[in-house]
Design a protein around this ligand. Structure first.
Ligand SMILES: [Zn+2]
Length: 186
């Protein structure tokens, strides 16, 4: 399976957000390893940017536009959109949404600390990735299992899993952060 991350960026931001896109490219490689280690799932990964118009009342992007984009690119590829808007509707307890071979999250634009915002965005990516991968594995209770783990992170002080730039677990110098998938492994 090909897992294709697509980073939505406005034309105005294209040059100023290269650091984030570099993070996204590394994150794609990180998730290739993480999915293998965590769920024994083999994926090829790709990361690209997609230039989109500024969100406005007249030109509003929404989830349906991304689903259409996914279909036009080929629905046999798992497209994961790192979006500049939140999903209009979702069952999730984070700002993300998933469907068959499709996921999107609101990728929050950093104000000053680029790395820490990227790490935070990375955790939301892991949430939606887990949904779709476990759905594909036909794990019936995946929805509740993932939301239980997520609630522990948000409300019970459970730490996110931390990994270094070399993709290995690293609590002291984290670069990537994911939900704790210990209870989700199959
Ligand atoms: Zn969810």
């Amino acid at each position: 399976m090909l897992l294709h991350f697509i980073f939505l960026v406005t034309k105005e931001d294209l040059e100023s957000r290269t650091e984030e896109f570099e993070y996204v490219q590394q994150m794609a490689l990180f998730y290739k390893k993480w999915l293998k280690d965590t769920f024994s799932v083999d994926v090829d990964v790709q990361a690209d940017q997609m230039v989109v118009p500024e969100q406005s009342l007249v030109r509003r992007l929404d989830t349906a536009v991304l689903v259409e984009d996914h279909k036009s690119r080929g629905s046999d590829v798992f497209h994961f959109y790192l979006s500049n808007f939140r999903p209009m509707w979702t069952d999730c307890t984070c700002e993300g949404y998933y469907a068959e071979n499709f996921a999107m999250v609101l990728w929050v634009k950093p104000k000053d600390d680029v790395l820490s915002m990227c790490q935070k965005n990375c955790t939301v990516v892991s949430h939606e990735l887990c949904h779709e991968i476990l759905r594909q594995k036909k794990i019936k209770k995946q929805y509740d299992m993932i939301h239980d783990v997520w609630n522990k992170h948000l409300f019970k002080g459970s730490d996110f899993a931390k990994y270094g730039k070399n993709f290995e677990p690293n609590d002291s110098q984290p670069y990537f952060m994911t939900l704790d998938a210990t209870d989700l492994r199959s």
